[in-house]
Design a protein around this ligand. Structure first.
Ligand code: ADP
Ligand code: MG
Length: 283
């Protein structure tokens, strides 16, 4: 009957890689979510452009060029906002720094686009005022060139999913994100997530998961839900790793035990229901 459960799940767009994962899901106790692309759409809109000593269009161009080799949702959004074709011959020496951003040479000039951590790493003073949104700071030849403020939206489906999980037997919901604290806390508040950890580097996410393992009971299961390349180690470490399969990265899909093809967090509720029903039939 576990095979029946797997079949039922797959008809709802939930791919389960083994009957043991479906069985374990009925004992889910703590559910940990990544933010960007998992609970939010992962589609960022440009809100404001604050250039220094150049035009907004030029700042956006530098950011789009610097980021053009990245598949990060932020990069994809910048390419869209820029809207023009990228001349790859102008770009050399590209390096993506996980959890920070990208550095590249554009027309031979060293450019950088990423968060505050990236600017600190490069020793470049940047705008440190309170911002509501995610800032992409840009520097050219070691000089700050301004920032682009972007923002993402919560998936409407996430709200319903968290609400339902909290009404079921889930002990705790947690959000782990590399994004800044203001954005992280605002998102967690909207969704009613119990606990939020922000400004995490990919390695920090695994450390937080290890801490959360201490909080569950012996038989309870720890679930992690993510979509990004940098979520793969966390997906692998969790009792049950669930990946978003639609826009999710190949690394996340590969590392996961369960894949939600529709990218809807509410499918976790569906999967838990199928798991419990299958267990009853099996016993
Ligand atoms: P999350 O945990 O929210 O999925 P990531 O670990 O991918 O996020 O990124 C954390 C933060 O690092 C982002 O919010 C962003 O500020 C910054 N960042 C990562 N990659 C890029 C990039 N390609 N361009 C700009 N900023 C980036
Ligand atoms: Mg993500």
């Amino acid at each position: 009957s576990f095979f029946g459960g797997i079949g039922g799940a797959s008809r709802k767009g939930i791919l389960v890689k083994g009957s043991n994962y479906l069985e374990a899901l009925a004992k889910a106790e703590i559910i940990v979510f990544d933010k960007t692309g998992t609970l939010t759409k992962g589609v960022f809109n440009v809100q404001e452009i604050h250039p220094i000593e150049l035009t907004g269009e030029e700042l956006l161009e530098i950011a789009a060029y610097t980021e053009s080799y990245s598949n990060h949702p932020i990069s994809i959004s910048l390419q869209q906002a820029y809207g023009k074709e990228i001349d790859n011959t102008r770009i050399t020496e590209v390096e993506e720094i996980s959890g920070h951003g990208v550095v590249a040479a554009i027309d031979g000039k060293k450019a950088a686009a990423g968060n505050a951590k990236l600017m600190k790493k490069l020793g470049i003073p940047y705008y440190e005022g309170e911002l509501i949104g995610t800032a992409v700071h840009v520097a050219v030849d070691g000089k700050y060139a301004g920032y682009i403020l972007i923002s993402d939206e919560v998936k409407p489906d996430s709200l319903q999913a968290i609400k339902t999980l909290k009404r079921s037997h889930i002990k705790k919901t947690v959000m782990l994100t590399g994004d800044n604290r203001a954005v992280a806390e605002k998102t967690a508040n909207i969704l009613g997530i119990d606990k939020v950890y922000s400004e995490l580097l990919p390695g920090d996410k695994v450390d937080k998961l290890e801490e959360l393992f201490q909080e569950k009971t012996e038989n309870g299961k720890l679930v992690f839900v993510g979509d990004g390349m940098n979520d793969a180690p966390v997906l692998a470490r969790a009792d049950i790793g669930i990946a978003m399969g639609g826009l999710g990265s190949d690394a996340a899909i590969e590392a996961a035990d369960i894949v939600i093809m529709t990218d809807e967090p509410s499918k976790i509720v569906t999967a838990i229901k199928i798991s419990k029903k299958t267990l009853r039939i099996a016993q």
